[in-house]
Design a protein around this ligand. Structure first.
Ligand code: IMP
Length: 430
């Protein structure tokens, strides 16, 4: 069984899209509280319950479990039109949403942040990051520059209007100077758009750090749901081709106001192969028929942007890197079923850079770009795995694949998922 402590963190171990929403949904069953700590609507989590498919961007996947508290922590960035749409979409499908709590200190994505994200990406042309264009980078930029607008600031309309006015003047001066053709927004447009949304959000706004502390003291089970992935981390990822927040486990503490000593388990979600959306280095990428096969079989198209994901083989230095920087205590290996039908599966064991053997993931962008993956071939299997529910029922080659990765990881692979539905998973005894 999965070791689920009183406070468990789930993080993506690659470049995002590892299936975090699906694993959170499974573990949320045993949790009382599910909390998001970083990122914003750039995330896209698909959860399938019965015949229903839910696509969530900012609201924690725990919302699908009635009576659980769902928290959006201070480390996140919130786009009011999107979260209200998500809330209304859930309500229309009969999902209760009164248990959603939004930190008053989370930063607000403003329309000019979306505008700036788009304009900067267009300006960079071939050197663009390939962002989701959800305004993430510009919102975190304003936060770090100490001029951002927080959820709590929106609750007093006069104060909010003042802050929008100040910030918009700043954004518009920059836009006018660099993009003279671009139409400019007005304070009135923004305030009028946000006014009704603020009223929808108002009852959900709370001091979420206090709530988490109370939950902890009451012995409740808390699950922290990561977004994006380790290699998109602003500090540890493939900079500058990263997101503007920290999706790694340490961000739970800063992004929720929750102390590190209270965290019991850190589970890394890792796909049985590798994918990436957006630009930047990706050593095991397959730009051939095999890559296309992985994309089609794994339905590797973005939930948020519908972009085709870049696909490649499993990369062991990435797994070891994720174990190190997150302090992972367990792994959940997802989408093993997608590897069915490959006669031989390749696994990158290390890299060669300028003829030199490198065992660890180089964090220097230039080195990583030049890293040539060195592969080990392992036998594939032909059996469909989607109905398998116990480890012993997996074909031997699939078991061997998992055991090989587990031996190298030196931490248990306690969940193996074999399909997108809640039940399509093999839980192992560590
Ligand atoms: P941003 O977060 O929109 O600024 O995008 C920065 C980089 O992170 C781009 O390469 C995006 O494709 C990537 N990214 C952001 N969110 C996700 C996600 O949830 N899954 C996968 N990639 C993401």
């Amino acid at each position: 069984m999965v070791r689920q402590g009183k406070a468990t963190v789930l993080v993506g171990s690659q470049w995002g899209d590892e299936g975090k929403g699906r694993i959170t949904d499974m573990l949320a069953e045993n949790a009382d509280v599910v909390a998001r700590f970083s990122g914003g609507p750039n995330a896209g989590h698909t959860v399938i319950v019965g015949d229903e498919k839910y696509e969530l961007h900012l609201i924690p996947s725990g919302i699908l479990h009635p009576e659980k508290q769902n928290i959006i922590g201070n480390g996140t960035v919130v786009y009011p039109p999107a979260i209200v749409k998500e809330l209304e979409g859930l309500k229309n499908r009969g999902i209760q949403t009164h248990n959603l709590f939004l930190s008053e200190n989370a930063h607000v994505i403003m329309p000019y942040h979306l505008q700036l994200d788009r304009l900067e990406e267009e300006r960079k042309g071939d050197d663009s990051i390939g962002t989701t264009k959800k305004g993430i980078g510009p919102t975190y930029t304003d936060k770090v520059a100490r001029r951002g607008i927080r959820i709590g600031d929106m609750l007093d309309l006069a104060f909010f209007t003042e802050k929008v006015d100040e910030n918009l003047a700043y954004a518009n001066a920059y836009i006018q100077h660099n993009f003279p053709e671009e139409p400019l927004l007005t304070t009135n447009d923004i305030v009028e758009e946000y006014k009704p949304l603020i009223e929808v959000l108002r009852p959900h706004v709370a001091d979420t750090s206090l709530m988490l502390d109370q939950a902890r003291k009451e012995g409740k089970v808390i699950l922290f749901e990561g977004a994006q992935g380790t290699l998109l981390d602003l500090d540890h990822g493939t900079y500058p081709f990263v997101t503007s927040s920290n999706p790694t486990a340490g961000a739970v503490c800063t992004g929720c106001g929750f102390g590190p000593a209270h965290i019991d388990e850190v589970i890394g979600i890792i796909k049985a192969y590798t994918t990436r959306v957006g630009h930047g280095p990706f050593p095991t990428e397959l730009e051939d028929e095999t890559g296309e096969q992985l994309r089609q079989k794994g339905h590797e198209f973005g939930v948020t942007t519908q972009r085709a994901r870049r696909c490649g083989w499993f990369d062991i230095p990435i797994m070891k890197f994720a174990i190190r920087v997150n302090g992972l205590t367990q792994l959940a290996l997802t989408k093993l079923d997608v590897l069915t039908g490959f006669e031989t599966i390749k696994v990158c064991t290390h890299y060669e850079v300028n003829g030199e053997r490198i065992e660890h993931l180089p964090t220097n962008g230039k080195l990583l770009k030049d890293a040539v993956p060195v592969y080990k071939d392992v036998p594939g299997w032909t059996e469909d795995l989607t109905d398998v529910r116990t480890f012993d029922d997996l074909p031997k080659a699939a078991r061997d694949y998992v055991l090989m990765l587990e031996e190298i990881a030196e931490i248990p692979i306690s969940i193996v998922s074999v399909g997108p539905k809640r039940v399509q998973a093999v839980l192992r005894t560590p």
